[in-house]
Design a protein around this ligand. Structure first.
Ligand code: FES
Length: 116
C-alpha cells in the first residue's frame, strides 16, 4: 500500500527484544520497535522528557528483564504496550506510539510519515 512503508520483517527483531530504525527520508527522528511474540509495538524514538533518542547503545530500549522500555538518558520507564511513562522525570507522559501491522508474510508495516 502506498501510504505505508516496510519497517522490517518480524524475524529481524529477536522475540522479547527491541530494535531501532531510521525515520523516513529526510527525517532526523527514528523509530524503535519491541517484539513480543507475533506482536510488534513501534514508537517514535524521542523521549517526552527533552526530546532526545532513548537509546545510548544501538537497539537497547528495554530494561534488563525486558519488561519495560527505559530511556538511557535520565532513566524514565515506559510500558511496552502503550508507551505510558510510569516513573522518571516525565512520569504521566507517553511515548508516541506508531500504528503498525504484521502482514501474513511476516512483514512489519508502519505509516509512510511515521517519525517525520
Ligand atoms: S531524556 Fe529521557 S528521561 Fe530524560
Amino acid at each position: 500500500m502506498s501510504d505505508e512503508r516496510l519497517l522490517c520483517r518480524l524475524e529481524d527483531i529477536v522475540d522479547g527484544k527491541s530494535k531501532g530504525f531510521a525515520g523516513p527520508d529526510g527525517s532526523f527522528i527514528g523509530l524503535f520497535a519491541v517484539r513480543q511474540g507475533v506482536a510488534v509495538h513501534v514508537f517514535v524514538n524521542s523521549c517526552p522528557h527533552i526530546g532526545v533518542p532513548l537509546d545510548m547503545l544501538p537497539d537497547r530500549f528495554l530494561d534488563g528483564p525486558g519488561r519495560m522500555i527505559v530511556c538511557a538518558v535520565h532513566g524514565a520507564y515506559f510500558r511496552i504496550q502503550d508507551g505510558f511513562c510510569t516513573a522518571g522525570p516525565c512520569a504521566g507522559d507517553s511515548l508516541e506510539k506508531v500504528p503498525s501491522r504484521v502482514d501474513e508474510t511476516g512483514q512489519v508495516w508502519v505509516p509512510l510519515d511515521a517519525g517525520a
